[in-house]
Each structure stands twice: as C-alpha cells, then as structure tokens.
Write a protein that binds this ligand. Structure first.
Ligand SMILES: *Cc1c(COP(=O)(O)O)cnc(C)c1O
Length: 414
C-alpha cells in the first residue's frame, strides 16, 4: 500500500507482473511460486542489518536474534538433508559453487564437470565462466544415443586427468543421477565429489529423487527452484565429506566469508528457514512426488503428439524436447508459447547442430504448475495446447483464453 503512493512506477510493474503470473502457466523448470510466508520473511526489516561472520563469531553488534535465526536455519537444513554441516549464507547457486572451488582447489587445479550444452551449468567448468578461467576444466557429457550421462566417459576422464574436484548436477537433464557410481569414480581417484542439486533439491527433500548424501562429500544447491524458497543458496558437507577431510566444514565457511562474500542477506536466510520448515512437512513430500507424476504425464502426452524427448522421457521435474522434427526452432516455439501464456525456455540439446542463441530445443518443467495444484488431468490439457501452438500459429489467441480460464481455477499460493 505504501509503495503505490510513494513509487507508483515500481508498484505498477509489480502489479503487472503479479497479473502475468496469475494468468499464465510458469513452466520454466528452474522456477516456482514461493509461499506468502516465505515472501513475508524476505520482505522484513531483517534486510537492514550487517551480520558478517557466523553465529557466535560476528563482526557487528546487535545480532542476538540473527544468531538464533541462522542456527535455526542450519539445523533445519541439516535435519532435512541428513548432513553434518551446512552454510546457509551463499547469495545464490553460482556463489555457492564458487565457494566450493575456493574451499578445496587452488587456481590452476584440474576440475571436472558436465559441459553446458550437454545439460551442465556454467559454474561446472564452462569456458566463459570463472570455473574454467581459474581452474583447468575437463568436461564430460551425455551419451549421444541414450541421452544419459556417459558414466564410462566420466570414469575414463577421471582416471586420466586426476581432477581434484568433480561436480555433478544439471540444468537440463531429465534422468536420475547414479550417485553410487559417481562416488566410486571419485573415490578411485581421490577427488572431492560435489553434487549440485540446485534443480532437484525439492525432489531430494521430498523423497522423489535419490539423495546424493551417502555418496558425495559436498552438496551445493539453490533454494528457489524445486525447494520453493526465496532466491538463495546453501552448501552442505556430508558425513562422508567430514571423514575424507575433517577441515572441510571450516574450509567451506571460510570460502564464503571472508573468501567471497561480505555480509550475509539475513532476510534471505529467514526466508530459507521458512521454506525448510515447509519442505519438512508430509504435504511437501506429496508435492514433490506430484511434480514427478505430472512431468511423466506431460512427457507421455507430448510423445503421443510426436514430440521427440531427449533421453526418451523423464524421471524428474523436467522435459527437454528436440524440436528438429517439428519444423520450428527453440526461440520461435518459446515466443509463440509465451504469447499463449505458457512460459518455457529455448534450450540447447546435446550435440545440438544449431548455435546456442538459436538452439534446436525447448525445456519445460512442472514445479510451479504443481504448486498451483494441477495434476495429471491438467497435464493432458496442457500438452494439447503446447502441440496446438507449436503446430499452428493461428491457435495462439484461442489457447490464450483457455489458459486464462484454467489459471482462474488454480490460484497462486495464498
Ligand atoms: C540454477 C543453477 C545454479 C545457479 O544458480 P543461480 O542462483 O542462478 O546462481 C547452479 N547450478 C545448477 C545445476 C543450477 O541449475
């Protein structure tokens, strides 16, 4: 209410975006609709204070409630994921990963990660990113035939290049990770193994994807994707990690502060604490399982319309579609679907012959529409709309109206 009076320009933009979210289907797999409780914590006056340091060891005064809050947030994360140590201060996923490198590597050390065009993340050693500029990056990918991570290639490269750190995690991979095999590979060469569960953290928390915790040393994540919290990040150290290197928790904490960041965003940590409480409930377990059921239902329908899914389907929250048999490029499909009220994104497919700014694929996911309460029945309808829009530009207007109607029946979280 205050904002509208004081700054009508910003207020208007927020109002327009709220209306956009209410009336369209958010199907970018890295996005979600956070709860009003999470946003209340995020919008609190906790944003006002500096809290450099960690609970009990701060560099500023006036922080007694912040210590309690950060400890509470840490305890909730430790319990939910079953880890020995957690740092809840990373501003987001990329800074969290930067801290992991800084904790266990020296500049110039060899690191391994999945290549970006294969479904990996920029911070896993892609050439334009710090992770390839400051470290000697070796990249693995997926098998061209199956679309699955090429574990044999990972093993061969690890034995040959002897990386200090191996990152595993993805932004466009629709299958389950074989954490056990990856753990064996890392152990065989003495490497630290970091699981980046940014996309699947909510599925892991809700028991809808196997947890990497027993097999890896470090787990990094964002908090705003399937975990459905505020934008943020966390780094966890597992029991296995502590056994490999008892100083690992300290190394991670020092890498975040004073290594990389200054004052933590305490309003964000409050929001993460709220989201972790939400993610510990039976309702969230049900939610996580429904995300996967919905993605599977959507995949099945799309396949029946002749869409070509990378790896043939999905085990998680996302679907990667190779559009080459559909006579439309990724960007055009993205734009038409946006006009109709379905927000997805263009994406490279593994071994994409097209350039990254005009890729042959699109990526979509079910976390946000599942938050709205949609189920398999709605997935069937949505798959039909996607097919209509991609095959016939003239259907956009009609589909737009139908989507508005569906959205009215499934309001954003209240
Ligand atoms: C989203 C993502 C990140 C980075 O998160 P930001 O919050 O955008 O910095 C890192 N790794 C993976 C696998 C991701 O999907």
């Amino acid at each position: 209410m205050k904002l509208k009076k004081q700054d009508p320009q910003v207020a208007k933009l927020i109002e327009l975006e709220t209306e956009r979210q209410k009336t369209s289907l958010e199907m970018i797999p890295s996005e979600n609709h956070s709860s009003p409780a999470v946003r209340e914590a995020l919008g609190s006056l906790l944003t006002d204070k500096y809290a450099e340091g960690y609970p009990g060891k701060r560099y500023y005064a006036g922080l007694k409630y912040y210590d309690i809050l950060e400890n509470l947030c840490q305890d909730r994360a430790k319990k939910l994921f079953g880890v020995a140590h957690v740092n809840v201060q990373p501003y987001s996923g990329s800074p969290a990963n930067a801290a992991v490198y800084m904790a266990v590597c020296e500049p110039g050390d060899t690191i391994m990660g999945m290549a970006l065009p294969m479904g990996g993340h920029l911070t896993h050693g892609w050439k334009v990113n710090f992770s390839a500029k400051f470290y000697n990056s070796v990249q693995y990918g997926v098998d061209e035939k199956t679309g699955l991570i090429n574990y044999d290639e990972v093993e061969k490269l690890a034995k040959e290049k002897k990386p200090k750190l191996i990152f595993v995690g993805a932004t466009a991979y629709s299958r389950i990770f074989d954490w056990k095999r990856l753990g064996e590979i890392a152990d065989s060469v003495g490497a630290y193994l970091a699981a980046d569960i940014a996309h699947i953290a909510g599925l892991v928390a809700g028991g809808a994807h196997p947890s990497p915790v027993p097999y890896v040393h470090i787990v990094s994540t964002t908090t705003h994707k399937t975990l459905r919290g505020p934008r943020g990040g966390m780094i966890m150290v597992t029991q296995k990690g502590v056994e490999k290197d008892p100083d690992l928790p300290k190394k991670i904490d020092r890498a975040i502060f004073p290594g990389l960041q200054g004052g933590p965003h305490m309003h964000q940590i409050a929001g993460i604490a709220v989201c972790l409480k939400e993610a510990s409930t039976p309702a969230f377990k049900k939610y996580a399982k429904q995300i996967v059921k919905n993605a599977r239902a959507l995949a099945k329908e799309l396949k029946e319309y002749g869409f070509n899914l990378v790896s043939g389907g999905t085990d998680n929250h996302l679907i990667l579609i190779d559009l080459r048999n559909k006579n439309i490029a990724g960007p055009e499909a993205q734009d038409l679907l946006e006009e109709a009220g379905i927000t997805i994104n263009k994406n490279s497919i593994p071994f994409d012959p097209a350039p990254p700014f005009k890729p042959s694929g699109i990526r979509m996911g079910t976390p946000a529409i599942t938050t709205r309460g949609m189920k398999e029945k709605e997935m069937k309808i949505i798959a039909g709309w996607i097919n209509e829009v991609v095959s016939n530009k003239n259907s956009v207007k009609k589909v737009r109206e139908e989507i508005k109607k569906l959205c009215k029946k499934f309001p954003l979280p209240k």
